[in-house]
Design a binder for this molecule. Structure first.
Ligand code: GLN
Length: 200
């Protein structure tokens, strides 16, 4: 059975663990670098990117995580997780993992609109409208050539993919809908097949 890591240093990780288990996969709470060794994919949850970035450094997980992602392990960053993956933040010199070719603006909707929800169809993910929950959310202000735009809301890019890396500015783990998790698990399955073919 495929094992899906969920970074569990801070933020909304339990909700991701529940969704992964509901979909019949094993979820592993990742708290130290050894936990990275035996997983087939990882979710970086929403929370506070500054705190999570600091904890990744303190627990010496930054370098091994970057290496795993660069070697092709599927990763999905939701909200703060997207900020962690970005190679650049707008108006902010901080770079956390810096692996994905996107420029991200933190708290992009301003502090006034702390949170909002819309129901939209994301063709790649679901035929039906799914709830998109934004909480002090970032959005993507620029995409590299290798990055595929998956969804925009009001002209702002809120979901994108670059090979093994998926990001969403919203929080599917805080809704009853499992389509986004199913989409990420499909990426994990596809990646495992590619790896198998390579090793034959
Ligand atoms: N505003 C948070 C940050 O900058 C992200 C919010 C979230 O993950 N819901 O890290």
């Amino acid at each position: 059975m495929k094992k899906i890591g969920v970074l569990a240093l801070q933020g909304a990780f339990r909700e991701h663990v529940e969704k992964i288990e509901e979909l019949g996969y094993q979820a592993i709470e990742v708290r130290k670098s050894e936990d990275l060794e035996d997983i087939d994919g990882i979710i970086l949850p929403g929370g506070e990117s500054t705190a999570m970035g600091r904890l990744l450094s303190d627990f010496r997980m930054k370098a091994p995580l970057i290496e795993k992602i660069k070697s092709g392990m599927p990763v999905w960053g939701t909200c703060a997780g997207m900020i962690l993956l970005a190679k650049e933040l707008e108006d902010d010199a901080t770079v956390h993992l810096g692996v994905m070719d996107i420029v991200v603006k933190r708290n992009a909707y301003g502090r006034q609109i702390a949170s909002f929800e819309v129901d939209e169809v994301i063709e790649r993910i679901s035929d039906e409208a799914i709830p998109l929950v934004f909480i002090r959310a970032p959005y993507i202000v620029a995409l590299g050539q290798e990055v595929e735009l998956i969804h925009s809301v009001d002209g702002n890019i809120v979901a994108a993919r670059q090979e093994n890396m998926l990001v969403t500015a919203f929080h599917p783990e805080l809704t009853d809908n499992k389509k986004c998790h199913a989409y990420f698990l499909k990426i994990v399955e596809d990646f495992a097949c590619t790896q198998k073919k390579k090793s034959v």
